[in-house]
Design a protein. Structure first.
Length: 400
């Protein structure tokens, strides 16, 4: 018991640190994209300065300048924005291991999707992060990636293929988090492998008295812009595991694709706005379309409830209590008996009749409508048992 509780505290600490690092990374990314977009002609002409922005914050005035390539000299102290990205990935991957890779039968594998063994699933999940980065990086470096629009379309097509593949190999929940982990890996690797090394090359040239090649700045900015557009959908994948209606549907891959499209459009609206151009308000209703499509897909993509047998007897509370005790109580109890659970998920417990009746609608949603529970059907609930729950709730969820 105490060991499971310690593991829960470890998971909480890692999750908390991951979120803190992500806030710092997203904040700095959004700020510098906005700063770069808002640059104007310098008030004092300088052939080395591309543009400047005057800003006020916290009672102080700031004059931010961007050089065409780099200044003629480097100051003693130079701030590097990298540890936010590294920390986000390190603690995010640690959380992925703690929650999904150490409990694959609960969160990662769903035998109704694909009967894959733990021995195959974990290497496939981890290896996909590495393969995905190299495929993306190769695409960016290739002649195909020299055209920004062409690269964006190809990258999006590749992303949709990955989402489709994940949702047909892993559980819906696992597929969503794997997609977020892959995109997060690409974003962090952009910083580690491309952005920071390119900046170091510019610094090395300055220290050696050479004129830096502007291509390094261009490439770094391209990858930084990719990270900027990918941020909002990645945050969605981090939150989606709390909302089973997003991933517990046969159209889950289309739902996640729609969220990516909406995230790109919303982020583009802000990026254009920062340039000082007239905001294109059509982007908001345009972003609402894929969100509306995702909602519709989540509603109509649910598997139909099993039809009751013609001679089925009316469902009683005793019938439902027996099902809950056999299929749900191993996790949803004051003292869970299923390995890896120190406490009931989300504090939902079915120890008493009153607790079961109080959660009747939620049981209906999770076990019948979305079929998200039991997780990956680890307790092997049957369609007939789901129908019994549905009949009991439809009749008023009475205790007698």
């Amino acid at each position: 018991m105490w060991l499971a509780m310690l593991m829960d505290w470890l998971e909480l600490g890692v999750r908390w640190t991951h979120v803190i690092a992500a806030i710092c990374w997203i904040g700095s990314s959004f700020y510098f994209i906005a700063l770069d977009a808002s640059l104007q002609e310098p008030t004092r002409p300088d052939p080395q300065v591309k543009g400047e922005a005057w800003q006020v914050h916290g009672g102080g005035f700031y004059n931010m300048q961007k050089y065409l390539v780099a200044p003629a000299f480097l100051p003693k102290d130079l701030t590097w924005f990298k540890w936010e990205a590294y920390g986000t990935w390190i603690f995010g991957f640690s959380l992925l291991v703690l929650v999904y890779y150490l409990n694959p039968s609960v969160y990662l594998i769903d035998t109704s999707v694909l009967d894959i063994s733990v021995r195959d699933a974990i290497p496939l999940a981890g290896g996909s992060l590495v393969i995905g980065w190299f495929a993306y990086d190769w695409l960016c470096r290739s002649w195909f990636g020299q055209d920004t629009r062409r690269l964006a379309l190809a990258g999006f097509a590749l992303l949709v293929a990955v989402i489709f593949g994940f949702t047909h190999v892993f559980s819906g929940r696992g597929a969503f988090i794997q997609t977020g982990a892959l995109v997060g890996t690409i974003m962090a690797a952009n910083v580690l492998v491309i952005i920071i090394p390119n900046q170091r090359k510019v610094v090395a040239d300055l220290l050696a008295g050479r004129t830096p090649d502007p291509k390094y700045g261009y490439i770094a900015k391209q990858r930084s812009l990719h990270n900027n557009y990918l941020t909002l959908p990645v945050v969605f994948t981090m939150l989606s595991n709390h909302y089973s209606f997003t991933y517990s549907t046969r159209w889950n891959w289309l739902i996640l694709t729609a969220v990516f499209v909406a995230g790109f459009l919303i982020r583009h609206w802000f990026n254009v706005m920062h340039t000082g151009a007239k905001p294109d308000w059509r982007l908001w209703p345009a972003a609402a379309v894929p969100i509306a499509a995702a909602i519709a897909l989540s509603i109509f993509g649910q598997a139909p409830a099993p039809a009751p047998a013609a001679d089925a007897k009316p469902a009683t509370f005793a019938d439902v209590a027996h099902i809950v005790d056999a299929r749900c109580h191993v996790c949803h109890a004051a003292r869970p008996t299923y390995p890896g659970f120190a406490q009931a998920p989300k504090g939902v417990m079915f120890d008493t009749s009153a607790q079961i009746a109080l959660q009747a609608r939620q049981i209906m949603t999770q076990a019948v409508t979305t079929r998200a529970m039991p997780l990956n059907n680890i307790t092997r609930i049957t369609d007939a048992e789901r129908q019994t729950i549905a009949a009991w709730v439809s009749a008023g969820a009475k205790l007698q």
